[in-house]
Design a protein. Structure first.
Length: 308
C-alpha cells in the first residue's frame, strides 16, 4: 500500500494550526471570578433571604465564589449560619480582618496584625485552602516598612493575598440605592441596574486593557464586589453581561491558581488593584493611573445626572 504522506502531513499541519488557533482564542477570551467582601448581613432587612438569593445564583451557574468575611460579622448565630452555608456550597472563605479597620496612617503594624489574627481565630474552621486574606479597602499599609511587615506576617501564618484585579465602586452604588430607598420606600430599584452594569463593564475594560499592556496577556480576573443589597438584586445581570460580551465566568479557586496572584508589587501607594500596582511598579503607565483608582468622586456626578 502506498502511503499518502503528503496529504497526511497536510492534515496534521492543518489540525495543528487549528489547535493552535483554538488555544490562542481561549487565551484571548477574558475570564472573571466573583469575589465578595465584608458579609454585612446586619444592614439587610431580610439577611437570610438575600443570602439565599446570592447562593442560588452561584448554584444555577455552577460557580465557585470567594467570600472575604469580616470576623465580627461572623461571630453570631446568623453570621455563623451564613458562613456555614457558603462553605457547604463549596465557596472559598477568606479572612478580611476582625473589624475592617484600614491599614493606613494611625494604624500600627502591631494593632493591625492583631486584628487580622482575631479574625483568623473566628474563621479558622471555615477558611479555605490555600488560606486567603484580603486587606480592607485593599490597603497594604501607608509605608513600605508597614507593608513588608504585614506581608511577612501573612506568610508566617500561611496566608496568601486575595488580590483584586478588577476594582470598582459597587459599594457607592449600593449606598446610593439604600439612601434612596430610605427616602422613597417605593422607589424602583431597577433604575440602578443599567448604570451599575455600565460601571462594572467600564472598569473591567480598563483593567483588562491594563493587564494586556503591562503583562502581555489577559490575566484571569478577580472582580471585587460586596455582599450587599445591590448585588443580591443584580448579580445575575452582572454574570449575564460578562457572558454576553464574550467573557468566561470562572471559579475563584481556579482563578487564584494563576501565577499573577503570587506577585507582590514593589509600588506605593497601596490600596489599589493588583494590576494598578504592577503598572505603577513598571514606571511606564503613570499618566493612565488615577489615584485613588476607584472612588465615589468619579461615580457621584454620573448618578447625580441620572437622578439616582
Amino acid at each position: 500500500m502506498i502511503q499518502d504522506t503528503g496529504n497526511t502531513s497536510r492534515r496534521a499541519f492543518l489540525a495543528g494550526s487549528l489547535s493552535a488557533a483554538a488555544l490562542r482564542g481561549a487565551q484571548a477570551r477574558p475570564s472573571v471570578a466573583i469575589t465578595m467582601d465584608d458579609m454585612h448581613w446586619m444592614r439587610l432587612a431580610q439577611p437570610m433571604q438575600v443570602n439565599g438569593r446570592i447562593l442560588s445564583i452561584a448554584g444555577r451557574h455552577n460557580l465557585q465564589f470567594a467570600l472575604f468575611v469580616i470576623g465580627q460579622n461572623a461571630d453570631s448565630d446568623t453570621g455563623r449560619a451564613i458562613v456555614r452555608g457558603w462553605q457547604a456550597a463549596g465557596h472559598l472563605i477568606g479572612n478580611h480582618t476582625w473589624s475592617h479597620r484600614r491599614y493606613a496612617a494611625g494604624m500600627t503594624f502591631e494593632d493591625f496584625s492583631a486584628d487580622v489574627l482575631r479574625g483568623d481565630a473566628v474563621l479558622k474552621d471555615s477558611l479555605s485552602s490555600p488560606r486567603l486574606f484580603r486587606f480592607p479597602t485593599l490597603a497594604e499599609g501607608d509605608t513600605v516598612v508597614k507593608r513588608d511587615q504585614m506581608r511577612e506576617c501573612l506568610r508566617q501564618h500561611g496566608y496568601r493575598n486575595g488580590h483584586v484585579t478588577i476594582d470598582a465602586s459597587d459599594w457607592y452604588y449600593d449606598a446610593r440605592l439604600a439612601e434612596r430607598l430610605k427616602r422613597e420606600p417605593g422607589f424602583d430599584v431597577k433604575r440602578f441596574r443599567q448604570p451599575y452594569l455600565d460601571h462594572l463593564w467600564e472598569r473591567a475594560q480598563f483593567y483588562d486593557g491594563l493587564s494586556r499592556r503591562v503583562l502581555g496577556r489577559s490575566v484571569p480576573h478577580t472582580l471585587l464586589i460586596h455582599y450587599n443589597l445591590l448585588n443580591s438584586l443584580f448579580l445575575e445581570d452582572v454574570l449575564g453581561m460578562f457572558i454576553q460580551r464574550g467573557w468566561r465566568i470562572a471559579g475563584a479557586g481556579e482563578t487564584f491558581q494563576d501565577a499573577v496572584f503570587q506577585r507582590s508589587p514593589n509600588s506605593m501607594p497601596s490600596g489599589q488593584s493588583l494590576l494598578w500596582a504592577l503598572a505603577k511598579e513598571s514606571g511606564k503607565f503613570d499618566s493612565e493611573l488615577r489615584y485613588p483608582g476607584e472612588d465615589d468622586v468619579y461615580e457621584k456626578p454620573k448618578l447625580d445626572r441620572l437622578g439616582l
